[in-house]
Design a protein around this ligand. Structure first.
Ligand SMILES: Nc1nc2c(c(=O)[nH]1)N[C@H]1C(S)=C(S)[C@@H](COP(=O)(O)OP(=O)(O)OC[C@H]3O[C@@H](n4cnc5c(=O)[nH]c(N)nc54)[C@H](O)[C@@H]3O)O[C@H]1N2
Ligand SMILES: Nc1nc2c(c(=O)[nH]1)N[C@H]1C(S)=C(S)[C@@H](COP(=O)(O)OP(=O)(O)OC[C@H]3O[C@@H](n4cnc5c(=O)[nH]c(N)nc54)[C@H](O)[C@@H]3O)O[C@H]1N2
Ligand SMILES: [Mo]
Length: 927
């Protein structure tokens, strides 16, 4: 190994460099920070060597060298501190400072630039300042970021941040030399450009020219180092699990930065960086609340700003007593099955574990579920059936090692934005991206094949692709023989699905299907990513079965750069599922029907008998509530009065409950129906572990205190458990984690201490020092004989097809700025300002036919209900399609959706309903 080291002299000492390492990096590795500005030593940032701040002297060379880009050669003699080098660096700094606003009026008094100037012994410039007329003006057009180009040093870091790291391609440089400056799109104000506000440029800027608006005052003066504490934690939004550093000043979050977690490598998206202030919103519940005796009938009728005609404040003692007794009384009167629970994927692993334990131990059954049911339940059903494990086989970051990637039924640029940055970088390096989505989306621009097929026809499309692979014998025979079962039946089955026949169903021509099949089969390393467009159908399990079969056919599992990756949604949906927040299984997917499993938990849980009957799922529970069979519920961190399909039905059901306990941070739509509301801590207000889509277990840490009397969720669950007669004794999440380890093999070798000290541990971890396996199943599957299985899938049409009355197709989903039911993001200043109004997308020609201007109102009606909503013109949707995000209570998409379920995953068909679209409001009046 030592032979490929380059030996050279650095400041009089003999040192070694690895090939490709720069002088700057070698020095830095030895603890010597050579001043630098345009160089950002962070993953994803290419050194550029343009600012000359890092110059060093190399013996025998006439000019000084930029150490950030210069690689040492054998025998080279480098001096970082020679007179020439220091004078030159000092000169560079003086020139840069000459153009800066003075430090006491700086946009960022602690900008990296000042540190570097000081490192060169420069505090002010002796050079004349920039002429006034050349100082560019403030651009404060963006709500989250302010642009003050008077501090710009043309280092280009923002351009690299935008183009190379996040691959958003918004920022460029205009002008020349000393007069060059960053521009957004075609020199638009930032707020009017196509900027998606990931804030990477703000994080990269070394001078304060780009600043988070929350840091500067009205004079644009600020100081990024002015905070009381900084806490390393995990973003509370999506399953990517970005690590964040939360800077707190006077008890409030001042700003958030991305740090180098294994999934995000320092990057964030608009929600993670700018969406944090929901936790400080005036609507936060700060004291327990009890429904008033004289409250009006239960319904969606509570103003979250003023809930007092319905609720009164109570002490914790009174509220917990009332919450617990209400549930316990139902238990003694009607039996344990009269009470059910919805846990939360927004809470920690420990909280999820406690919640399912409370229902199972306290009420003697398994009727406990959470939003995974509405999410990847069908994917997990197919994965469990055919692979033997429900989690991803490879981290999304493995795309770095792939040649080809399929993204199907997922829109990562909006829903897993940081993962999407890695996908885009993959295409920049020459990787082949195939996107399959009935709707256009941001990844389309980066894709070799964009298959905008007919919604609901995934099985037809995927079977046709596999038909080509089988007929042309492009499959991996050796892999199939070694690692799979069921191939021969599968091969017979797939013969009928020719590209020509399937083209009629899915709308993609046979030649394109063949091209995609050949590309996938020819790839050395290929990954498949999927989302809700695959899972949320009555044939969601079949859709996933096809994706699994496709990967098995070509042996694309178990090696670096290969694998199956259902992009998990909530920040802790993987962890909550692992922790047993699922009705059929105990922690670690151990079946309740297995006697030995039940014995294990009986032992750990102090003699509790576990019910052997698999419990009811989310939609099934709601149906029983509706029918009056379930009379009490405990709902933690979920908002089914917005997120369930056919939500009027769910709301009616919630209204019939004799006793509803809701534990949330706001008076949500669901809390409207509560008898007791318990004020919980928001994510940045508590500690515990979370598990992201990559199987990476990470530590979330408390950054701020909960407001008022709000308490950490786990504490509330424990208090409630003890009041329904369980004898629980936990003083710390760590004790809960240690108990989880007793039954969860996935946590083997993962200790609390490791999670506190290492940035993350991926499960499975094979030893106490193994950071964990990012790729699994290279040597077989956790199934019979170690083999994965081909399960053939037939074409099933969606449950409800368009007809004369409801001629169009309704697709529901998400958009970048909002989170699900909007409870958090509509209360985040930046996010709500960017996307303030309920909206849907229709093709411009459809709008024209309807006589509706873009921005005008339409009425959408399905068999279940009707909403009025603003319509945007969007060529990404087909002419017979309308796309509606489900974040807006005033036009709730789920009033429209079909609750029909997939028979295996029990997931509703959120992605397909027949709908009528009409002009509404003023246009109608005008006619
Ligand atoms: N900004 C934001 N990010 C989020 C969330 C959020 O609420 N907001 N939620 C998180 C959660 S819990 C989840 S589960 C993920 C979901 O992330 P995604 O799976 O990306 O979410 P969706 O927008 O629901 O749907 C994805 C795509 O499915 C497509 N689609 C519709 N019908 C079909 C079909 O028949 N076949 C196929 N193949 N595709 C179809 C839609 O056009 C859409 O682009 O996002 C997570 N991230
Ligand atoms: N039409 C349609 N409907 C859908 C979908 C779709 O694509 N289309 N997607 C489905 C999917 S994939 C999902 S995952 C579900 C999501 O459905 P839900 O989980 O019901 O939606 P969220 O809005 O994320 O609800 C989380 C709740 O937790 C609260 N909360 C946040 N942090 C904390 C905390 O730390 N502690 C406590 N106690 N509470 C907290 C929030 O205020 C909020 O009320 O929606 C489903 N519904
Ligand atoms: Mo989800």
């Amino acid at each position: 190994m030592t032979t490929d080291r380059i030996r050279f002299m650095l400041d009089g000492e003999a040192v070694e460099a690895r090939p490709g390492e720069t002088i700057w990096e070698v020095a830095n590795g030895r603890g010597l920070v050579i001043p630098h500005l345009c160089h950002k030593p962070a993953p994803g940032y290419r050194p550029d060597g343009n600012c000359r701040a890092c110059m060093v002297e190399i013996e025998g060379e006439r000019t000084l060298a930029a150490s950030c880009i210069r690689e040492p050669a054998e025998g080279m003699v480098v001096s970082t501190a020679s007179g020439r080098a220091t004078t030159a660096r000092k000169m560079v700094m003086e020139m840069l400072l000459a153009d800066q606003p003075p430090r006491d009026m700086a946009h960022d008094k602690s900008a990296h630039l000042w540190d570097m100037a000081e490192a060169n012994g420069v505090t002010e410039s002796r050079l004349p300042a920039l002429e006034k007329e050349r100082i560019p003006l403030l651009d404060d057009s963006h709500i989250a970021m302010s642009v003050n180009l008077d501090a710009c040093i043309q280092c280009g870091l923002c351009v690299r941040a935008c183009r190379e790291v996040q691959v958003n391609d918004v920022i460029g440089m205009a002008g020349r030399g000393h007069d060059s400056y960053p521009v957004f799109d075609f020199d638009d104000p930032m707020g009017e450009s196509t900027c998606v506000a990931c804030g990477e440029c703000v994080q990269a800027c070394p001078t304060g020219a780009l600043m988070p608006s929350s840091v500067v005052d009205e004079h644009q003066v600020g100081d990024r180092a002015d905070f009381d504490s900084e806490t390393e934690s995990v973003c509370p939004f999506c399953g990517v699990g970005c690590q964040v550093s939360v800077k707190v000043k006077d008890g409030r979050v001042k700003y958030v930065e991305g740090i180098n977690g294994p999934a995000n490598e320092g990057r964030l998206c608009v929600k993670g960086r700018f969406g944090f202030d929901y936790i400080h919103h005036a609507h936060r519940i700060t004291r327990p609340m009890i429904r008033r005796a004289d409250a009006p009938e239960k319904g969606l009728n509570v103003d979250p700003a003023n809930p007092w005609t319905h609720f009164r404040e109570a002490t914790w003692e009174e509220a917990l007593e009332k919450a617990a007794h209400g549930l316990a009384d139902l238990r003694s009167f009607y039996g344990g099955k009269s009470v059910a629970g919805f846990g939360s994927a927004k809470c920690t692993n420990e909280e999820a574990y406690l919640f399912q334990k409370l229902i199972r131990q306290g009420f003697g059954h398994n009727n406990v579920d959470h939003c995974t049911r509405l999410c990847h339940a069908s994917s997990v059903a197919a994965l469990m059936e055919n692979v033997g494990s429900g989690a991803v086989t490879a981290t999304f970051n493995e795309i770095d090692n792939a040649d080809l990637a399929i993204v199907i039924g997922a829109n990562p640029a909006e829903n897993h934005p940081v993962a999407a940055t890695f996908f885009k970088q993959f295409t920049k390096r020459g990787g082949t991206l195939v996107v399959m989505d009935p709707r256009g989306q941001a990844l389309k621009r980066h894709a070799r094949h964009m298959l905008q097929f007919r919604p609901g026809t995934d099985v037809a499309l995927l079977n046709a692709i596999m038909n080509v692979i089988v007929e042309e014998k492009l499959y991996d025979r050796q892999y199939i023989e070694g690692f799979t079962e069921g191939f021969f039946e599968f091969r017979e089955h797939i013969r009928a699905f020719t590209p020509e026949r399937m083209a009629e169903l899915c709308g993609i021509d046979a030649e394109t299907i063949r091209a995609v099949a050949r590309d996938y089969a020819a790839a050395d390393r290929a990954m498949i990513f999927w989302g809700m467009g695959v899972s949320q159908h009555i044939h969601g399990t079949d859709n996933s079965r096809c994706l699994i079969s496709l990967a098995l056919l070509c042996g694309q599992i178990g090696r670096p750069g290969t694998g199956l990756h259902p992009l998990r949604g909530q920040n802790n949906v993987q962890g909550a599922s692992d922790a047993g927040l699922i009705p059929q299984v105990l922690p670690d997917y151990q079946s309740v029907t297995d006697h030995e499993v039940r014995e294990l938990f009986r032992h750990i849980w102090g003699g509790t008998e576990i019910d052997a009957e698999p419990g009811l799922t989310v939609v099934e529970i709601m149906d029983r509530v509706y029918r009056g069979e379930i009379k009490g519920m405990y709902i933690l961190g979920e908002n089914p009065a917005m997120s369930d399909p056919d939500v009027e039905h769910a709301r009616k059901a919630l209204a019939t409950l004799d006793h509803l306990v809701v534990q949330d941070i706001f008076v949500t739509e669901t809390a409207n129906f509560a008898d007791v509301i318990l004020p919980a801590s928001a994510f940045p207000e508590k500690s515990g572990t979370v598990t992201n889509t990559n199987r990476q277990v990470q530590m979330a840490r408390k950054a701020v205190e909960p407001p008022g009397e709000a308490r950490e969720d786990w504490e509330i669950i424990v208090a409630l458990a003890n009041r329904i007669g369980l004898d629980w004794d936990y003083d710390d999440p760590r004790e809960i984690f240690d108990e989880m380890k007793m039954s969860m093999r996935s946590l083997h070798h993962i200790t609390w201490k490791r999670l506190e000290t290492e940035s993350a541990v991926t499960y499975p971890s094979l030893s106490n020092t193994d950071p964990g396996q990012s790729v699994v199943f290279g040597d077989g599957f956790p199934r019979r004989a170690g083999r994965a299985k081909f399960t053939p899938a037939r074409v099933t049409p969606p449950a409800e097809l368009p007809d004369e009355r409801f001629p169009m197709i309704l697709i529901t989903g998400r958009q970048l700025e909002h989170w699900h039911t909007g409870s958090m993001t509509r209360r985040a200043t930046v996010l709500d300002a960017v996307e303030p109004e309920a909206n849907c997308s229709l093709h411009p020609s459809t709008l024209r036919k309807l006589g509706v201007e873009p921005g005008g109102k339409v009425r959408l009606t399905t068999k279940r209900g009707s909403i009025e909503i603003m319509a945007r013109a969007d060529r990404a949707v087909a002419t017979d399609m309308v796309f509606v995000p489900f974040a807006y209570v005033e036009a709730a998409a789920n009033i429209l959706t079909n609750p029909a379920l997939d028979p295996y995953g029990k997931i509703p068909e959120f992605k397909f309903s027949a709908v009528k679209v009409e002009a509404a409001g003023e246009q109608v009046a005008a006619e």
